[in-house]
Design a protein around this ligand. Structure first.
Ligand SMILES: NC(=O)c1ccc[n+]([C@@H]2O[C@H](COP(=O)([O-])OP(=O)(O)OC[C@H]3O[C@@H](n4cnc5c(N)ncnc54)[C@H](OP(=O)(O)O)[C@@H]3O)[C@@H](O)[C@H]2O)c1
Length: 329
């Protein structure tokens, strides 16, 4: 029987999400890779419980996480039931709907039919009565935004979600969605964009909208899927994401030029007294809009490393300029 560490709230930092009442841990754990039914349950359980012991109170899921799609939610549901039942009120669980999940015209995108059916399926897989955050996972240009938003509103009004969020929406559509929610008396809690030292797209308007609207941001792939860590400094380990079956990170992406940059970034991290992963996470937190970051992991030691990211000194302008020079060439 698992009992959570008594020290779990002693070292983690918690940040307010936009102008909401909710706080999230500096680092959250995402279950996109390594938590599906094709991975050993014992390792998934060890990472979830180990994260909770470190004060990581937020777990990010989606209907399609696996592989097999849906099985990461089942894994999480199993751990919740077996180990975390008594801690439900200390945990923020998110899920999303929008990417392909089942056959036919209602198995993906943003219709009300899709969104509500998917949320019901997610709740069932996790054995939950409600999730804390329900996201529209991606914009759907064929469905009126009003309809997708009405599904988020319905999720809150029916008690199946406490808060709602957006993911992968650009600045303009984000503002429209925030306004539609506002008209229904619901505050958009959070936006989940892809953002890291290499991928700067949220700086082109999105972060400004979020700041103006009091909406928090929780960047995903903050470590550029492992590139912004010590994982590939000395070659491509056989058990890494790049060496595996992932279609999202391939060995060809780890070029000599990239490696040179990563080694230079690693030198800055060392001078700051951080690991590269910790520095990459702290870099995202330099903006007050960033409420948390969602890391992925394949083993508990990576989560332990990331959980210390808030401990270093703030960046100097010189360090920030150096980082920009390295990645922009
Ligand atoms: N909303 C969306 O559309 C969307 C899309 C993608 C992801 N997400 C969310 O974001 C989460 C994170 O995405 P991601 O997995 O791409 O994030 P990431 O944090 O950029 O990359 C995670 C990978 O980095 C490596 N790693 C992590 N910590 C490390 C450390 N301290 N030292 C060395 N290596 C380390 C591991 O690689 P190895 O596996 O090689 O060990 C791990 O699997 C997902 O689980 C999901 O919840 C959302």
């Amino acid at each position: 029987m698992y009992t959570a560490s008594k020290q779990r709230y002693e070292t983690m930092e918690y940040k307010r999400v936009g102008n909401s009442g909710l706080k999230l841990p500096y680092v959250s754990l995402g279950l996109w890779h390594n938590f599906g039914s094709l991975f050993p349950h014992s390792n998934s359980r060890e990472m979830i419980l180990g994260a909770f012991d470190l004060g990581i109170t937020h777990f990010d899921l989606a209907n399609n996480y696996g592989p097999i799609p849906g099985s990461a939610e089942e894994t999480f549901g199993k751990v919740l039931k077996q180990d975390l039942q008594n801690y439900r009120d200390e945990i923020i669980i998110s899920t999303k709907s929008g990417y392909y999940m089942w056959e036919g015209p209602y198995g993906e995108w943003g219709s009300r039919k899709q969104m509500i059916a998917s949320l019901d399926q997610s709740l069932k897989r996790m054995g939950l009565e409600y999730v804390d955050i329900f996201y529209s996972h991606r914009p759907d240009m064929e469905t009126p935004l009003e309809e997708t938003i009405s599904a988020l509103v319905q999720a809150v009004r029916s008690g199946k979600a406490l808060y709602v969020g957006l993911s992968n929406y650009d600045a303009t559509r984000t503002k429209q969605a925030i306004d539609l929610l506002k008209a229904e008396g619901i505050h958009c809690l959070i936006h989940q964009p892809r953002y890291n030292i290499y991928d700067r797209r949220p700086e082109n308007g999105l972060y400004q909208v979020l700041e103006e609207e009091g909406v928090g941001a929780i960047p995903f792939s903050p470590l550029e899927q492992g590139l912004l860590t010590n994982r590939y400094l000395n070659g491509i380990p056989a058990d890494s994401r790049a060496a595996g079956d992932s279609i999202f990170l391939k060995t060809e992406q780890i070029t000599q030029d990239r490696l040179k940059q990563i080694r230079a970034l690693n030198d800055i991290a060392k001078e700051r007294g951080q690991t590269l992963a910790q520095m990459a996470l702290a870099w995202l937190h330099k903006s007050p809009v960033t409420s948390s970051v969602i890391i992925g992991a394949s083993r508990l030691s990576q989560i332990e490393d990331c959980a210390q990211a808030h401990k270093a000194a703030p960046f100097t302008q010189e360090e920030l300029d150096q980082i920009d020079r390295i990645v922009k060439g």
